[in-house]
Ligand binder design. Structure first.
Ligand code: ZN
Length: 349
């Protein structure tokens, strides 16, 4: 890591520097996906499912990652359903203790020709909610903290609108048809990303779930690398790509996209991942959710934070949206551990 600047940076400066792979005073703690918990919902009276649909509540719940947990980012898009709801998928909105989900057993599309996206989809209430929340947060927190939005990639939208199995089967049987589908969905990803950058987001997370357990690295290259290069060119802000699972077999391609950062999963070691991406894209991650953050204690959290810092990972945070019952103590341990590590390593690495 580069030498630390002398004066303390604001959270926003720190995150922007890490996204550009420039020197930082300490590694930023960053959540490209949700850190909302039931405890935080109660604390600020902004529960699910309403906090996914009402911009005031969305902003209020999201702000807790900065005000309560001490992270350097605020990320108001807790779920992956905003676009799918606007596209007409059936959504199970659930209650406070559960995520809203798309009912993928009832797909809305079968063929590329079925993909029809209304010209004013960005005005659907489940879409406008996010830029509205970003504006509220920017007004409230000014320049002090980084604000991150989210726009879903076409591979993920394909799962939601075609169903996971039909979409994967199509990708096996008919690459051309699959590419036509991705092509017809990609503008939504771009336009929603632009809307959030214009609303004041410093970066957008772009989940595109070509996950390690479902598709191979070769698939990523065939279907998504060029598309992701196009996103980096056409969305005028930082993009943080999010793909769960073991992804070292596609990190070489991901590093070629020109995106600012890759949000990576704990199934990949920090060191092996840094060795692949080198200085081409920033990494953010990769504290394990289901075991470490959800069911273990602060000592284990600290150990994983240190492992990332020692490998020179650019930003530290949970690997994915955290379980809603995660303890606040475990989450607060992430910034604490980062500060302690930097106190003991004043010159960085
Ligand atoms: Zn994920």
């Amino acid at each position: 890591m580069s030498q630390s600047p002398q004066t303390p940076m604001t959270s926003r400066q720190r995150v922007l520097a890490a996204l550009n792979r420039e020197p930082v005073d300490r590694t930023p703690v960053c959540n490209p996906t949700s850190v909302a918990t039931v405890e935080l919902m109660d604390l600020v009276d902004a529960p699910f499912p309403e906090a996914n649909r009402n911009p005031e509540l969305m902003a209020r719940l999201a702000a807790t990652s900065y005000t309560e947990l001490g992270f350097d980012t605020i990320m108001p898009v807790f779920s992956i359903i905003q676009e799918s709801s606007a596209l007409g998928c059936k959504i199970q909105w659930e209650q406070k203790d559960n995520w809203p989900t798309v009912r993928m057993s009832e797909p809305i599309w079968r063929e590329p020709e079925d993909i029809k996206i209304s010209a004013d989809i960005l005005n659907h209430p489940d879409m406008t909610c996010v830029p509205e929340a970003i504006k509220i947060l920017r007004r409230e927190y000014g320049d002090e903290v980084a604000i991150i939005g989210k726009t879903m990639g076409p591979w993920s939208l394909g799962y939601h609108c075609f169903g996971v199995e039909p979409f994967l089967l199509m990708s096996l049987d008919d690459p051309d048809k699959t590419k036509r589908c991705l092509d017809r969905m990609k503008d939504l990803t771009i336009e929603y990303g632009i809307a959030q950058i214009e609303a004041g987001a410093d970066a957008v997370t772009l989940p595109d779930h070509a996950t390690g357990d479902l598709v191979s690295g070769e698939y990523y290259e065939r279907y998504l690398r060029d598309l992701h290069i196009e996103f980096a060119e056409r969305i005028p802000g930082h993009i943080i790509l999010h793909i769960c699972g073991r992804t070292v077999d596609r990190m070489e391609y991901i590093a070629q996209t020109g995106m600012s950062a890759f949000h990576y999963d704990s199934k990949n070691g920090p060191r092996e991942s840094m060795d692949i991406v080198q200085d081409r894209i920033s990494l953010v991650g990769n504290i394990n959710n289901p075991q470490t953050l959800f069911s273990r204690g602060p000592e284990d959290v600290r150990e994983e934070v240190y492992e990332n810092l020692e490998a020179g990972v650019h930003m530290v945070g949970p690997e994915c949206a955290i379980p809603l019952q995660t303890s606040i103590e475990n989450l607060k341990e992430i910034p604490r551990a980062v500060q302690d590590w930097h106190r003991d390593h004043p010159a960085g690495l």
